[in-house]
Design a protein around this ligand. Structure first.
Ligand SMILES: Nc1ncnc2c1ncn2[C@@H]1O[C@H](COP(=O)(O)OP(=O)(O)O)[C@@H](O)[C@H]1O
Ligand SMILES: O=C(O)C1=C[C@@H](OP(=O)(O)O)[C@@H](O)[C@H](O)C1
Ligand SMILES: [Mg+2]
Length: 167
């Protein structure tokens, strides 16, 4: 059965896209990111989907993108930070190698920056991230089969640890 070598979850700014693509390079496999898949289906960036069609529609497209990618991608798959809130997605992830990238509030704020391309963080990134971390941490912790700290660590060092733990 085709399945991803690793599925990367974690909050915005934890480094899912960055670390996931480097991990794929290191393993010589393909990289896929469900945000990019959703953008390809919708024909517009995530920010515009939120504005034109609303968050519930984005979440529908995201769940479909996750389901498809889990079934057909055999490389590294990064999810969007909020994908794990969907109960159907939580059930699907139970069968996979799921890498949870941990990040603290201060690092996440620094990394997403002030001019965020992330629609949920446009108004007040720090307070939005704080709320989002409080709500989601238990879900990330429960779904991650491997948990990796990212604070004060370079992406390549994080990749080293993931490679060791999944092989
Ligand atoms: N370990 C790290 N240390 C410092 N900066 C990082 C780290 N991982 C990612 N970044 C930076 O943080 C920002 C967000 O990373 P990204 O991979 O888009 O996160 P996510 O996909 O989890 O939202 C990018 O500018 C990226 O270069
Ligand atoms: O946390 C979230 O709800 C979101 C995270 C984003 O992905 P990243 O976690 O890759 O930034 C993107 O899917 C969208 O802006 C919503
Ligand atoms: Mg990302």
């Amino acid at each position: 059965m085709t399945r991803p070598k690793a599925v990367i979850i974690g909050p915005p700014g934890s480094g899912k896209t960055t670390v996931g693509s480097r991990l794929a390079e290191r393993l010589s496999v393909g990289f896929r990111d469900t945000d990019a898949d959703v953008e390809a289906v919708a024909g517009k960036p995530v920010g515009e989907i939120f504005i034109d069609e609303g968050e519930p529609r984005f979440r529908e497209l995201e769940h479909a993108a996750v389901r498809t990618a889990l079934a057909e991608h055999d490389g590294v798959l990064a999810l969007g930070g909020g994908a794990v809130l969907d109960e159907g997605t939580q059930l699907l992830l139970a069968e996979h190698t799921v890498v949870y990238l941990e990040v603290g509030l201060a690092d996440a704020v620094k990394r997403v920056g002030l001019a965020s391309a992330r629609p949920l963080l446009v108004l007040n990134p720090r307070s939005q991230l704080k709320r989002l971390l409080e709500e989601r941490l238990p879900v990330y912790e429960r779904l991650g089969t491997i948990t990796v700290s990212t604070g004060g660590r370079e992406p390549d060092e994080i990749v080293d640890q993931i490679v060791k733990e999944i092989s």
